[in-house]
Design a protein around this ligand. Sequence first.
Ligand code: PEP
Ligand code: MG
Length: 629
Amino acid sequence: TTVRNPHGIHVRPAAAIVTTLADLDAEVLLSNASNGRGPATADSLSRIASLELQKGHVLEARFSGPDADKAREALAELAARDFGEDWRRTRQPAAAASIGRRLDTPLDPAELPPAADRRAVVGVINRSTTRPTTAGYRPMSPKEELTRFTSAQDEVDQFLTDLAASSPAAAGIIEAQRMLLADRELQHGVVGRITAGFSAVDAVETQLTELTRSFDQFADPYLRERGQDLRSLRRLLLLALTDQPLADQSPNTPCIWLLDELDAATAVRLDPRLCRGVITLTGGSSGHGMLAAQGRGIPVLTGYPAADQFPDGQVVAFDPVTRELWPDPNDALRAELERRNALRTESAEHAQSHAHEPAVTRSGVRIQVEANVASLDDAVSGAREGAEGSGVVRTEVLFANATSAPTVEEQADIYTQIGRTLNGPVTIRSWDPAADKPLSFLAQDPEDNPALGSRGIRAMRPHPELFADQLRAILLAARQIEARLLLPMVTSPEEVVWARQVLDRVRLDMAAPELPVGVMVEVPAAAIRAADFASLVDFISVGTNDLSQYTQAADRTNAAVRELARQDAPAVLDLIAMTCRALPGVPIAVCGDLASDPQATATLIGMGVRELSVRPRMVAEIKAAVRQV
Ligand code: PEP
Ligand code: MG
C-alpha cells in the first residue's frame, strides 16, 4: 500500500497498526519498499517508526501464523483509513501536548505593564524540561527496581488515561504515548537493563534516550518532532520513579518556566498571567519562540544550560536584559532588581507619553516606526505604543498552530483585522518557513542543512498554489486596508520575477489594483547585489536576524555562537550600508531585531534607513531614540 499521510507513518499511525494487530495470532513483518528499510515486526511502535515510511512510500507486509488472513484484512482496512489518522483534521502541534500545560486564554495586551518583557523577575521554577532531576534516588536490588519500574509504568499509564479524558483535543497524542509506554522494545530494553544491574532510573534514562535519538535521526522533521513524545514519556517515568507529582505543580500560580527550548508554536500560547518568565537550556537570542514570547510581554532568558541544575520549586531571579541569573535571591538583590525595573518602567512610561507623536530626528528627518506582528495581540500592543503600521507580519507564526493551510478568506480576515488595528500600512510577508519555524501545515522534504535549504520564498516554488492563495488573501485584504507584500529569504532577482508573475496572474484574475512589493535583504548575496533588484522592488526591508546569521555563519538559535551572531557586527552593518547606497530612491526599512535596539537607531538612520519595524512593545522607546538622533 502507498502511504498517503502527509507525515508518513509516525507514532500515531504506527500505534494504530500495533493496536489493530495486537489481538491476532499472526506474525506481521513490515518493510518500506521505497527505501529498503525493514523488515520490522508490527508489534513494536518504535520499530515501525524506524522504517521511516514517508508520504508516497510503499509499505509491504508479510503475514504468517493462524490469523494471517485476518491480519491481512485488518491491516488493509486500516490502510484504507490512512492508518486511523484523519490527518486533514487532527494534526496537533507537537509541543502543545507534550510539555505540560498550556493555556489558550485570550490575552489582553492592555493588561501588560510597560516594558513587561524587559523586567527582571523573581519566581519559582516550574520545570517543563524533559529531564526532571533524579538526585536523591537510591537504587535497590534488581528485583525491587523491577517492581519500582512496573509501578511507575502503571502510574504513568493512569495519569495519561486521566489526561486524555480531561483534554480530548490532545487525546490522539496521549494515546500514542500510552502505546509507546507499552511498546515491546521499550519494555525489553528497560527490563533487560534492570536485570543487568542498572537502577530503574538509569535504565529508563538510557533506554528512552536511545530511542529518542533514533527519532532525532529521522530525516522527516515532523517525525523528528515525535521524539518529543518519547522525551515527554521519559520525563513522566522519571518523575514517577522519584515520587514527584506528574502534573504541573503550580499551574495556577505564576512561575518561571524552565524549558529545553522554546518554539514559536509554544510561545504564542504562553499566558503571561501564569508564566512570569521563561528560561531555556538551549537556543539563541533571536529565535522565533523567543521573539514571540517577548511579544506577549514575557521576559525570556535563552540558551542557559546551567539552569538545568534547578529543581522544581527552586526560587530564582533573572534579568533578561543583562542575562544574569541568580538562585535564591536575597533581599538586597531583590531590591536592586526592583530598582532596575523601576528605571526601565520609567523610561518606557516616558516614551509612552509621546508614543502617538511622530518620530522626527533633531535635524528634522521623519522616521516611520512600525511593529513586527506575529499575532493580533502584537498589533494591539503595537497600536497602543504608537506603531505607524507593520513592517513585517510573520504569517507563518500567525498561523503557527494551524492544522491545515488557512483558507484565502481566513487569511484575508486576520490580515484585515491587523490592518484595522494598526494605524498605517501593513507589510504582509509571504510564508517564510525557516529552520526553527516550519509551516505547521506543509510537510517539507528532509534536509541535512535546513537553514541553507528550501526556506522562505524558495519553499514556495514547489507550491505555487499555496503561494498564490496567500497573494489572493493579501489582495483581498488590500481592498480594506493599506497592504504591501514582502518576500522573504530572497537571494536572486529571478525569484522576485517569479513571485511577481504569480502576483500578476492572481491580480488580473481578481481585477485587483497593483500592490507595493518589497524584498527582504537577509541573504548576503542580496545585499552585495542589491542594485540588481532596483527595477523589481518598491521597497527593501533588511532582516538582520537572518542577515547576521548568514553573514557571520552563526546559527541564530545556537547559544554557543550568540556573540558571533551579533546583529551590530561590523560586517552586518557594512552590508546594510551597502544596500542603502546601491538603491538610491528606494525606501529601505529594517525589520530585523537590530531595529529594536535603541543603541543602533542613530547608525541605521545615518545609513539612510527611514523605516524601523520593531518588537511591538519597543515602538515608543524606539520613537524616543529617534528623537535623540
Ligand atoms: C529577519 O530575519 O531579520 C526577520 C525579520 O525575519 P525572521 O526573524 O522572521 O526570520
Ligand atoms: Mg528572516
